[in-house]
Design a protein around this ligand. Structure first.
Ligand SMILES: N[C@@H](CCC(=O)N[C@@H](CS)C(=O)NCC(=O)O)C(=O)O
Length: 334
């Protein structure tokens, strides 16, 4: 088996240009020692003509030894425009249509209802509110909007034109954490906050940690281009995630135990994007099986309410292409 390396990026800077690389063919044995060396750089990525289109060297190396086709452990291929110079790229567009399980949910909740969620299928802040609606089992109408075109219906609720926005009868409100509180205060459906005042306060404290540290840390790292900066930011994010994992119930698998609650809903969109976005774009290592973090992520992935808000992985990959190359953040707090 041999393949061509199309692009080799160490922390997004090209070590070899595509034209240099595409002239040579490599057998995996020829590049194995090189890959071992590269595995010291966790954010290095390699794009090849093999079925594993873009991979971090550690995964590439171990995957090759397990299976020369490397079909299983590799992340999905990057969008066709990934890696192009800014001038060559087309104007960024945002996914406007949910896919997969999320599309089924959109269809189930398309009928007019006095409770309306104005959302965008790609947005993690929307996903928080959407998961809460699904966990609670509320009747609601999902309305897909493009927050970059800011339709009047959205501006009427949120003058800044950001999603998520919620309309309940004639009243409207926005900001994902405020909306989560509102849905909780309705007192309908499954509660997300525990009754005990101290456990409730602890939950709010950790949601604050997610908002202050994990969410901004995720985008800072995603957008970082310079190698040293990427290493630093990856470590910062790892530490902030480790803090909340350490604070979680020892058995779990969710934050407070066997059931999904407020903290899970608040962090879920970003934990789900570790494998869908940071892994393919930055070589972020997947959670080690058997760890508390892996158990938490698996529980989220397996939750029906969470699954009902998830589109196919390619939607997230395409949505973050621009951010991953350091251009305009697509969301607040990025
Ligand atoms: N702090 C807000 C952030 C919402 C946000 O940034 N939404 C993005 C989409 S993910 C948006 O509407 N962007 C439109 C824009 O920036 O104009 C929240 O928690 O709801």
């Amino acid at each position: 088996m041999s393949f061509r390396i199309l692009q080799l990026r160490i922390n997004c800077n090209h070590l070899f240009s595509p034209s240099q690389l595409s002239r040579s063919r490599f057998s995996p044995f020829q590049i194995s020692p090189f890959l071992t060396l590269l595995s010291a750089f966790p954010t290095t990525t390699i794009i090849t003509t093999s079925p594993a289109s873009i991979i971090a060297p550690t995964r590439f190396f171990s995957a090759y030894h397990k299976n020369p086709e490397m079909s299983d452990p590799s992340p999905p291929p990057l969008p066709s425009h990934a890696g192009k110079a800014p001038g060559q790229r087309q104007q960024k567009t945002y996914p406007k249509k949910a896919s997969g399980q999320a599309l089924q949910t959109v269809k189930r909740h398309s009928k007019p209802n006095e409770l309306k969620l104005f959302g965008s299928c790609f947005c993690p802040f929307v996903q928080r509110v959407w998961i809460a609606l699904e966990v609670k089992g509320l009747n609601y109408q999902y309305i897909e909007v493009d927050p970059y075109k800011k339709p009047q219906s959205l501006l009427d609720i949120n003058p800044r034109g950001l999603v998520p926005a919620l309309k309940h009868g004639d009243w409207g409100c926005y900001e994902s954490t405020v909306l989560l509180d509102y849905l909780e205060d309705l007192g309908v459906g499954t509660a997300l906050l525990p009754e005990h005042p101290q456990v409730k306060a602890t939950s709010r404290l950790w949601v604050d940690h997610v908002n202050r540290n994990i969410v901004p840390g995720f985008y800072r790292y995603l957008q970082a281009q310079e190698q040293q900066k990427q290493v630093e930011l990856a470590e910062e994010l790892r530490i902030e995630i480790a803090k909340i994992v350490d604070a979680a119930d020892v058995v779990g698998p969710f934050f407070l135990g066997p059931f999904i609650t407020f903290v899970d809903v608040s962090i879920a969109p970003w934990l789900l994007r570790l494998s869908r976005v940071l892994h393919p774009y930055k070589g972020w290592p997947l959670a080690q099986p058997g760890t508390r973090l892996a158990a938490w992520i698996n529980a989220l992935e397996g939750s029906e309410a969470v699954g009902n808000t998830l589109s196919d992985p390619v939607l997230y990959l395409e949505n973050y292409e621009r951010e991953s190359t350091g251009y305009e953040p697509g969301c607040e707090g990025c």
